[in-house]
Ligand binder design. Structure first.
Ligand SMILES: Nc1ncnc2c1ncn2[C@@H]1O[C@H](COP(=O)(O)OP(=O)(O)OP(=O)(O)O)[C@@H](O)[C@H]1O
Ligand SMILES: [Mg+2]
Length: 309
C-alpha cells in the first residue's frame, strides 16, 4: 500500500486536457502508454506514477474494477510474484467518465527490463530473460494448483518487469503491469471486456470485440502464447539477436505436452501482432480526429506518437 494525495489527483483530473497535457492545470508528463491507460508523472511528485483509466460510466463500475484490481494483485502475490507499492483511487468529475487511477512506486528508467537489455551484454540479457521466464512460471504453478477455481493471466513482456538497482545482486523482479486485471473463476473470465473496449473507436467496436474476445483476452492464460509474446517483443525492442536463445529458454518452461516454440513461430506472431496494434492505433487516431475536430467533443484518451516497431 502507499499513500497518495487524493486532493491533488482530483485537481489533476478536473484540470486535465487529454489532448493538451502542457495546458493542464496540474503539470504532468506522460512516461508510458498502454493499450488502454496512459502513465503519468505529476510534477512535484517524483516517487509515484499514475496509470489513468478513464473508462467508467458510473461509480459502481469503477468500484468493481478497483475491487478486481485489488484481488488480482493479492492473487499475484499469493502466486509468489513481487509487486511494487501501489494503490487504486477513483476520481469522479461531473459530466465526464469516471476514472480509476492506479498509483505505483516510480522506478528509474534503467531498472525497467526492456531498457536494461540495452545496457548489459548478451549473457546478462539472457540471464535476465531466464529470470523473467521463471517469474512467469509462478503463475502457471499457481494456476495448476488453484485452477479451475481461480486462474490468473499475465502479460510477461520485458517492459512489465523491474530489476534491482544496476550492479546490485539480483533480487526478485517486480511485476508492474497490473492495470488490466484478467482472471477466471471456474473457467469464466471476471473482467468485463466491454469496459476495456471503451478505449476502442465506437465505429469499430464490433470487429474489435470479436478479435478481442477470441484472441487478446485469452492469450495471457496460455504459457506458450505468453512466452511467444515475450520473445516476439524483442523484435520491437530492437534486440532480434536475442530471439533464438529466448525461444530455447521458453521451451524449457513449457510442459512436455506443449509443442516447442520455433523462431519461425515468433516471427509469424510478431508480424501479425505488429499489424494489429498498428491498425488499432491508426483507428484510434482517426476516432480522436472525428471526435475533436468534426464533433468538437472531448476525446478522453491520450495516444502515443509514432512507435518504432
Ligand atoms: N512504476 C513505474 N515506474 C516507471 N515506469 C513505469 C512504471 N509503470 C509503468 N511504467 C512505464 O509505462 C509503461 C507501460 O506501463 P504498464 O506496463 O503498466 O502498462 P501497459 O503495458 O500499458 O498495460 P495495459 O495495456 O495493461 O494498460 C512501462 O513499460 C514503463 O515504461
Ligand atoms: Mg506493459
Amino acid at each position: 500500500m502507499m499513500n497518495i494525495d487524493s486532493e491533488l489527483l482530483q485537481r489533476f483530473e478536473a484540470g486535465l486536457d487529454p489532448q493538451r497535457l502542457s495546458a493542464s492545470a496540474v503539470p504532468a508528463k506522460v512516461i508510458g502508454y498502454g493499450e488502454i491507460s496512459a502513465i503519468f508523472q505529476i510534477e512535484g511528485d517524483d516517487d509515484t506514477v499514475y496509470k489513468r483509466l478513464p473508462i467508467f460510466e458510473d461509480r459502481p463500475s469503477a468500484e468493481s474494477y478497483k475491487k478486481m484490481h485489488v484481488e488480482y494483485c493479492a492473487l499475484l502475490e499469493k502466486a509468489g510474484l513481487q509487486l511494487p507499492a501501489h494503490t487504486t483511487h477513483i476520481v469522479e468529475i461531473p459530466g465526464r467518465p469516471v476514472a480509476v487511477y492506479i498509483a505505483q512506486q516510480q522506478f528509474a528508467g534503467d531498472r525497467l527490463c526492456h531498457r536494461r537489455i540495452h545496457c548489459i551484454d548478451e549473457a546478462g540479457c539472457l540471464l535476465l530473460i531466464e529470470r523473467v521466464a521463471a517469474e512467469i512460471a509462478r503463475v502457471w504453478t499457481f494456476n495448476a494448483k488453484a485452477g479451475p477455481d481461480t486462474e490468473l493471466a499475465i502479460d510477461g513482456q520485458l517492459s512489465n518487469w523491474v530489476a534491482g538497482e544496476a550492479g546490485s545482486r539480483p533480487a526478485q523482479l517486480l511485476y508492474i503491469d497490473t492495470s488490466t486485471p484478467l482472471m477466471r473463476k471456474h473457467g469464466v473470465e471476471q473482467q468485463n471486456p466491454e469496459r476495456l473496449l471503451k478505449s476502442a473507436p465506437g465505429f469499430l467496436r464490433w470487429i474489435i470485440r470479436w478479435f478481442f474476445l477470441n484472441d487478446v483476452m485469452g492469450r495471457y492464460y496460455v504459457p506458450r502464447l505468453v512466452y511467444t509474446d515475450l520473445a516476439a517483443n524483442l523484435f520491437k525492442e530492437q534486440r532480434p539477436e536475442l530471439v533464438p536463445e529466448t525461444v530455447a529458454i521458453a521451451n524449457r518452461f513449457l510442459k512436455d505436452s506443449e509443442a516447442p516454440l520455433t523462431v519461425k513461430d515468433i516471427e509469424r506472431y510478431y508480424a501479425e501482432d505488429k499489424r494489429i496494434w498498428t491498425v488499432f492505433l491508426a483507428f484510434r487516431r482517426m476516432d480522436r480526429w472525428l471526435t475533436t475536430r468534426l464533433l468538437r467533443r472531448r476525446y478522453e484518451f491520450i495516444l502515443p506518437g509514432p512507435i518504432k516497431r
